[in-house]
Design a protein around this ligand. Structure first.
Ligand SMILES: Cc1cc2nc3c(=O)[nH]c(=O)nc-3n(C[C@H](O)[C@H](O)[C@H](O)COP(=O)(O)OP(=O)(O)OC[C@H]3O[C@@H](n4cnc5c(N)ncnc54)[C@H](O)[C@@H]3O)c2cc1C
Length: 329
């Protein structure tokens, strides 16, 4: 094993680095007035005089934690929770936030990096394929694409995902809690006693969720909300979370399981069947394929975007009713 870098004998013997003195622009003092810099172009040739504005370390900590804990407090009662920040979840959040700036929307993403499977096309290739008419969503976002007849091509999937993500996070009524896993669903009995309504989510830091088997007493946190939109992707170690939980809670009998690849059948089915699966829980994207036994579609993403558009519409269709039920309980 290499020694820590600070004690490396190679480094200790290394020749001192000679820095080249650069002349300052006429009229400038030895340090730049940092608050006076307005554009990055003004830095040019001034690096010897460059200095950051001073700070105390605790200011950095407080600037982060104060905001985060305020968000935890604000979003403990949310209007809508979206589980999963993949292409479907982000599309859902975008449409909801655009339509209803009055609603508080929390996105819970298990990974550190939001975006799910939409940073690449299929088999680690770059381009993202969207079949028409999903190109309407690209125009909505202002994502450029090439025309190819029945489909369009975004030159890199990351252009779609980064644009969508930045637009979603720019809405003041959206909060993304990443590195946070939904571990369970909050339920309330239906008035007729037959089944439950979903009324929130149980969360934990993902790193804690991953250690429930070898550490004890790491209880979770909760968010109440009248509507949950679950978009956790197809089955896997993390995927299809909510619908698998519905089976173990005996709220749906069994999962249909994702069927073989058929792009034409799969994409229409996912969009058309995006719906409220049990009261308070709307399921979209590839998670839905596990409920319905729909086909997989491979690396074509139009259904994920339009499933998000439909999930937002379904959410707003039932929102007032679910909110009234939730306020009573
Ligand atoms: C290499 C590759 C292979 C593909 N293979 C297929 C395929 O076989 N079939 C197919 O139809 N499409 C496939 N696709 C297309 C595409 O990736 C998926 O269809 C698409 O990503 C699904 O989007 P989604 O939003 O439903 O879910 P995802 O993009 O999978 O996003 C789900 C998100 O939910 C998060 N999450 C999961 N569980 C939890 C939880 N409990 N709490 C919080 N967050 C959670 C995940 O971290 C993830 O970010 C593939 C794409 C690529 C690049």
């Amino acid at each position: 094993m290499s020694p820590p870098i600070a004690t490396s004998p190679t480094l200790e013997r290394a020749a001192p680095v000679v820095t080249k003195e650069l002349p300052l622009k006429e009229g400038l003092s030895t340090t730049i007035n940092t608050t006076a810099i307005k554009t990055v172009d003004e830095f040019a040739g001034q690096w010897d005089a460059f200095k950051f504005a001073p700070i105390r370390e605790s200011q950095v900590s407080r600037a982060m934690t104060r905001r985060y804990f305020k968000d935890l407090d604000t979003y403990a009662e949310s209007d809508i929770v979206v589980i999963g920040a993949g292409s479907c979840g982000l599309s859902t959040a975008y449409m909801l936030a655009r339509a209803r700036p009055d609603l508080k929307i929390a996105i819970i993403e298990g990974g550190v990096a939001p975006g799910g499977g939409a940073w690449l096309g299929g088999q680690l290739f770059s381009a993202m394929i969207m079949r028409k008419p999903a190109d309407a969503f690209l125009r909505e976002l202002g994502v450029p694409y090439e025309e190819e007849g029945n489909y369009v091509v975004v030159k890199h999937a990351a252009v779609f995902t980064s644009t969508l993500l930045s637009k979603v996070l720019s809405f003041p009524n959206v909060k993304l809690f990443n590195a946070t896993t939904v571990e369970d669903l909050i339920t309330r009995p239906l008035p007729n006693g037959e089944g439950v309504r979903i009324a929130g989510v149980v969360t934990n830091w993902t790193l804690v969720s991953l250690h429930h088997d070898d550490q004890s007493c790491m209880d979770p946190n909760t968010i109440n909300a009248p509507i949950i939109v679950s978009t956790t992707g197809h089955d896997g170690p993390f995927g299809a979370f909510s619908v698998k939980r519905l089976v173990s809670m005996q709220q749906i009998e069994q999962l249909g399981g994702m069927r073989g690849l058929d792009m034409n059948t799969a994409e229409d089915a996912i969009v058309k069947r995006t719906r409220e699966v049990v009261p308070g829980l709307i399921v979209g994207g590839m998670e839905l394929s596990e409920v319905d036994g729909a086909n997989r579609m491979g690396p074509t993403f139009g259904a994920m975007a339009l499933s998000g558009v439909k999930a937002a519409e379904e959410t707003l269709r039932v929102f007032d009713q679910r909110k009234a039920e939730n306020d009573r309980a």
